[in-house]
Design a protein around this ligand. Structure first.
Ligand code: DAH
Length: 341
């Protein structure tokens, strides 16, 4: 029996020595030390031995087991570090590879243009006001001196939701809303940017939705020259210090007198080109002195205060700034277009 144990130990140590990986090592452990191993059955049969052989052979058996166990442990550590080394070799990371770029979004050209416009007016001390895009007929038209049967309503073909509610056709209703939020002829100096809606074709120069900025200044002694100076400052900051402005008499129901404002063509600087259709001028916005009736309807006294107002199209300014010839590019959301800004 002593010899048998010695042989088992030797073949176990040899197998451990030869084993190539942890899986194999584990099966060696089961084979030589498991419940069904030879050493286990020898232990079971110890009881059959004589009282004098039992302690001696028991000790030999136990020592063989301890020796095999410690060989297994040693080999296990050896194989583990070997496998780790191999893993590091085959799965190594090339830290010199350039990183993957994150795709970042950015602001839309209309937002960029709007931000520049807002900044110019904020610097002149204006506040920024907002109004709803779903508006009442009263604020969109009536409070702006356009009663129900007024022919000028035809200039703005509207999307009505009910007879009294519509998609606002202009940002001008924010004028009346802001005036009505004040009292005692308090001065107002505000712009109101936002989307407006009109039943219109969808082509290179028309869209049923577009963006406007409304302006309103009310105070004692506001004159037409204040309007002209303000718009000149705004247009020079937008199109450069060489930009000239030209005023042409016009009509808006909410201003009297009213004017159409042109800027010298930003492409040809007034010489005449295809953008300005040879005239040297570009029509850029509408403006005028707030009609006394409009002041009165929203609680201001035209004998005490006066004011000016203007309304401009943001898409038009963006098209001129960036040299864009088709309005639809702003709304199609084609990344090839958008990523240029
Ligand atoms: N609301 C006008 C439009 O959409 C633009 C406009 C013209 C606004 C003159 C004004 C103004 O405040 O005084 O056509």
């Amino acid at each position: 029996m002593e010899k048998q144990i010695e042989q088992i130990k030797e073949s176990a140590l040899a197998a451990i020595h030869e084993s190539k990986n942890l899986v194999e090592l584990d099966s060696i452990r089961v084979k030589f030390l498991g419940k069904k191993s030879e050493l286990a059955s020898i232990s079971k049969n110890m009881g059959k031995l004589s009282a004098e052989d039992r302690p001696r052979l028991g000790k030999i058996n136990h020592d063989a087991r301890v020796e095999i166990e410690s060989a297994l442990d040693k080999k296990k550590i050896e194989l583990q570090s070997l496998e780790l080394d191999q893993k590091l070799k085959t799965e190594s990371i090339d830290v010199t590879l350039p990183g993957r770029r994150n795709i970042r979004g950015h602001l839309h050209p209309i937002t960029l243009t709007l931000d520049r416009i807002k900044k110019i007016f904020l610097n002149m001390g204006y506040s920024i006001e907002e109004g709803p895009e779903i508006e009442t007929d009263y604020f969109n038209f009536e409070a702006l001196n356009l009663p129900k049967d007024h022919p000028a309503r035809d200039m703005q073909d509207s999307f009505y939701i009910t007879e009294e509610i519509l998609m606002r056709t202009q940002t001008s209703p924010v004028q009346a809303r802001t005036m009505q939020a004040h009292s005692n002829n308090e001065p107002i100096k505000m712009i109101a940017p936002g989307r407006v809606y009109r039943r219109d074709d969808y082509d290179a120069s028309h869209s049923p939705m577009f963006t406007q900025v409304e302006g309103l200044v009310i105070d004692r002694g506001i004159r037409f020259s204040d309007l002209k100076g303000t718009l000149e400052t705004f247009l020079k900051q937008t199109f450069g210090s060489k930009a000239k402005i030209r005023l042409r008499p016009s009509f808006f129901p909410f201003t009297e007198p009213s004017t159409e404002v042109d800027v010298s063509c930003v492409m040809c600087h007034g010489n005449g080109c295809s953008v300005c259709k040879g005239s040297g001028w570009l029509e850029i916005l509408g403006a005028g002195m707030v009609h006394p009736h409009v002041l009165e309807m929203s609680g201001y006294d035209p004998k005490i205060v006066s004011g000016f107002a203007f309304g401009l199209g943001v898409e038009r300014i963006a098209m001129l700034t960036y040299g864009i010839d088709d309005l639809r590019l702003f709304y199609d959301n084609d990344v090839r277009f958008l990523k240029q800004f």
